[in-house]
Each structure stands twice: as C-alpha cells, then as structure tokens.
Design a binder for this molecule. Structure first.
Ligand SMILES: Cc1cc2nc3c(=O)[nH]c(=O)nc-3n(C[C@H](O)[C@H](O)[C@H](O)COP(=O)(O)OP(=O)(O)OC[C@H]3O[C@@H](n4cnc5c(N)ncnc54)[C@H](O)[C@@H]3O)c2cc1C
Length: 466
C-alpha cells in the first residue's frame, strides 16, 4: 500500500507506480510536452513543465491557422486537461536557455530526466546570401506571419503586426506554405469585398472557397482586380509532400500518390485562387532603394528525385516576399547542434550524447514544423484527413482530427520506452523531492503563477483569443 506524502501536490515516492519518486522536467507545454508530462505524471512521477510563454498552446495557437477554429479549441482543452494533473507543475514565462540554463536544469536541479518538447520555431533561412538583411524591408518569414494572422483580431495583442498584401511571392512547397498562400488570398479578397461594402467572415470564405462566396454576391474573382499571390516551389507539383510516399512504395503506388498530391493542390488552387510556379528555386535578390522588391529564380529539373539546377534564370517582382521553407528548432545554449537540428545520438527517443538523462519528443525531433509533414506513410485515412486540413475535403472538416490519432499512438509508445529507461534510476526520498518541489515553486512565484493551472489560464487568456 502506498504511504501518503505530506504535500498532496507531490506524488508518493513509495507508491507502486513505475515512476514513483522520479522527478522530470519537460521543456515546452504544448501538444507534445503536455501529452508526455501527463503520461509521466500518471506513471507516478513529479513533473515540472517549463514554458516560455504565458499560455502553453505552442503551434496550436500560433502555427495552425485560425480557421481551424474547432480543432484549435479542442486542442486547447486537451492541453489544459493534461497540464491540470495534480502532479504536473506548470512553470510559465520561463525560457530554458535564458531564464534557467539548460545545463543547470539537466545536471543540478535534481531531475532524473529532462524532456525537450520545445518544437520547431525558427524559420529555415531563405538560401540566398544576405537575404536576412531585408527582414522587415520586403522579406517576411512564415512563423511570425502566422503568429500575427492568428492574433490579428485581438484588441490588445502586443506582438509584431504584418499586412496581407496583394501580389506577394511565397517561397515554399509544404502544407504550411499553402496556409500562407491561403492567408494572403483570403485576406486580400476580404479587403476588396469590404471596399464594396461586403463583410465576409474569414471562416465562411475559407470553408466555401473564394469563387463560391463571390458568386453569391454576383461577382467573379477577376472583377476584384487582385493580382493574387504566387507560390514558388523548387520541385514538380506532384512532388509536393501533401501525401507521404513510403520509401518502399511500388511504382504504381508512387504514381497514385503523386496523382493524389496534384489533385489536392489543384483543388486548393481552384478554391483559393493562388498560383503555383513549380521547378523554381530562389537564386538572387532584387533590391531597390534598400528594399527587397523581388527574387531571381533558377529553373530546376528533377532527375531521379534529385533537384538539378539549369542555366535558365528569371526575375519576379512582388509586393512582399514570404519565405515558408520549413521550421527548425531554435538552438538552446548548452545543447550541441548538427546542422539545423540538435545533435541527437538516438533519433527515436531524442537522446543526446552529452546528457544521458535527456529525451526529446514532438517537432523538436522530427525537425518539422507540423505534425502532418512528420507522418511516415500515406494511407487512405491520411489523404482524407489532409484534404480536410487543406479545406478541400468536400465538407469533411472533422476528418482532420484523424491526423492526431497517429501522434497519440506514437507518443504513447515513446513515453512507455522513456518510463522503462527511468525505472532503473533510484527514486528520490521525500525530503529530496520536497526540496526540488520548493525550487520549482520559487520559479512559479517569480512568474506570478498562483499555483493552480486553471486560475492561471483564465487569467492569461484574452477574452477574444480565437
Ligand atoms: C491536424 C493538425 C494539423 C497541423 N498542421 C500544422 C501545420 O501545418 N503547421 C504548423 O505549424 N502546425 C500545425 N499543427 C500544429 C501541430 O500540432 C504542432 O506543430 C505539433 O503538434 C507540434 O507540437 P510540439 O509540442 O512538438 O511543438 P510546439 O507546438 O511548437 O510546442 C513547443 C512549446 O515549447 C515552448 N518552448 C520553445 N522553446 C522553449 C524554451 N527554450 N523554454 C521553454 N519553452 C519553450 C513553445 O513556446 C511551445 O509552447 C497541426 C496540428 C493539427 C492538430
């Protein structure tokens, strides 16, 4: 029988649960962090979740475009429920690497393990020398752009603001770049409609698509006078990774998946009226008066899956250049990188050579900015789910939540393996656990955290958060 501890917020170190007496720090409280924290707490561990922002929702709040209204709300509720576990201790407004050194957390606080669940928040740099000098002067990256878009209607939102302008160039090719193109087309269409005294809600326009809504008003897209945005992609349309193709796919299966990719993309183009220019890789900057006004592209060809640059180049001017070529993890001082990613020795559990007690989960390991892109195989369900996600799924919007089912399964298996690795470490005795808990509590107090997750989250959620 387990003995009660003095503090009810601490799990009993002597209970029979597999992780009783173990203390775990999780960095990042969003989809992956909340899920892992909850599962470890259920296994008896004391879990502290360090989150850099006041709210823990990560890419659900700031990456998944706000027209996924219901999915976002559902995910907020899921994360809230998981972080409300009595043995999960949420520590907001605390960035590891700035407010607490990573090495300190991993070696000196007394945690048995540290879990990296900090996602992928850095935009992969546009691969043209000197491009970043034009950030804010003609060049905008996807992550801050979508963060703004998701908060654009909040009255008191303090972050950086952008404008969705007509005639923009988008560099990309994945799902997120289609989101960016959709934001531009939906918002510029709404602006033109407003000039005509028509106020169309974003959600209706996204759901029905631009041509259908215009038709209701007796208008055609061409009458709006919009140039529209163009998405430049360095591969062929059928290479766009909207449907994953397994490495061992037969030629027939490959051809089928490629045709599905093309169809999905064509539907999205028809519904949201952006253009796509394939086989075009960014190659140079067009600068006028200190501002980026366009890009030089190099025509590519695909040879056996490889991108081969050709001698042909062409210039395109645009009112804004939006770079959407992928999200990668932000470095944390103290953790070695290998290229764009953390230098993991074991990619399954996200383990690092220098820190045997560190594991990683979610986007930080996949190095991808979204869960869709990290899927390993293409199934019928996935195709339906991705069509729903893109808004081209024939009214089948709820199918997109199927995309989450796989992630749940993967996280469950992952947590079981980490729990297995930790079960060998001797548990803390009650005084050691209480000392660690006091240290966590001191950091919570420094962030003005009242001790109750529910009280905190209602305090830091603006009434107009979508
Ligand atoms: C159907 C579906 C489709 C989706 N598609 C997309 C998509 O196309 N694009 C997209 O962007 N997202 C998409 N998402 C969102 C997706 O859920 C997340 O990208 C994914 O689940 C990753 O979660 P994560 O917890 O690994 O990372 P994140 O959600 O990025 O969470 C990481 C957390 O760590 C915190 N953090 C980071 N660094 C530190 C630090 N040093 N110290 C403390 N805290 C830190 C961050 O603030 C954040 O809260 C989709 C979600 C669903 C449900």
């Amino acid at each position: 029988m387990s003995q009660p501890t003095a503090d009810p917020s601490l799990p009993s170190p002597s209970s029979a649960e597999p992780l009783a007496g173990r203390a775990i720090a999780v960095i990042g409280g969003a989809t992956a962090g909340a899920e892992v924290a909850h599962r470890l707490a259920e296994a008896g561990a004391f879990v502290a979740v360090f989150e850099q922002n006041p709210r823990p929702y990560g890419k659900i709040e700031d990456g998944l475009p706000r027209w996924h209204h219901e999915l976002r709300r559902k995910e907020y509720r899921t994360i809230d429920a998981k972080l409300s576990h009595p043995h999960v201790h949420f520590v907001p407004n605390t960035r590891i690497g700035r407010d607490i050194e990573f090495e300190d957390l991993a070696h000196r606080w007394g945690f048995h393990a540290v879990i990296l669940a900090n996602g992928a928040w850095r935009d992969r740099p546009l691969p043209i020398d000197g491009a970043d000098a034009y950030i804010g002067r003609g060049l905008v990256y996807q992550n801050p752009f979508i963060v703004w878009f998701n908060h654009a209607d909040e009255k008191d939102w303090p972050g950086e603001r952008f404008e969705a302008v007509d005639d923009a160039l988008v560099v990309g090719g994945g799902l997120a770049s289609i989101d960016v193109a959709k934001v531009l087309m939906l918002e510029t269409t709404r602006a033109r409609l407003r000039e005509r005294g028509i106020d169309e809600p974003l959600l209706a326009l996204e759901l029905k698509g631009i041509p259908k809504v215009l038709e209701r008003h007796g208008l055609r897209f061409e009458e709006l006078g919009l140039a529209g945005c163009t998405l430049f992609y360095r591969r062929r349309l059928e290479d766009m990774p909207l449907v994953e193709i397994p490495d061992d796919a037969t030629p027939e299966r490959r051809a089928k998946a490629e045709s599905a990719r093309r169809k999905l993309l064509e539907k999205a183009i028809e519904k949201y009226r952006f253009r796509v220019e394939p086989l075009s890789a960014p190659d140079g900057l067009l600068v006028e008066d200190g501002r980026l006004v366009g890009l030089r592209f190099r025509r590519t060809r695909i040879d056996g899956g490889r991108i081969v640059p050709t001698d042909e180049t062409f210039d395109r001017r645009g009112s804004l250049i939006l770079s959407s070529i992928g999200s990668i993890p932000e470095p944390i001082p103290g953790i070695a990188m290998k290229g764009e990613l953390f230098a993991f020795a074991d990619w399954d559990l996200g383990r690092l050579d220098a820190y045997p007690n560190v594991f990683s989960a979610g986007n930080v390991v996949t190095g991808k900015g979204n869960i869709v892109a990290s899927r390993k195989h293409a199934s019928h369900v996935a195709e339906r789910a991705i069509a729903a996600f893109l808004g081209v799924g024939e009214g089948d919007r709820c199918a997109e939540s199927d995309l989450l089912a796989d992630t749940d399964e993967a996280t469950r298996a992952w947590t079981d393996r980490v729990a297995g690795a930790l079960a060998d470490h001797p548990p803390h005795d009650p005084p050691a656990l209480a000392r660690l808990a006091a240290r966590v509590q001191a950091r919570q107090s420094a962030s003005d955290y009242p001790g109750s997750y529910q009280t905190w989250i209602s305090r830091v959620t603006p009434p107009d958060l979508e």
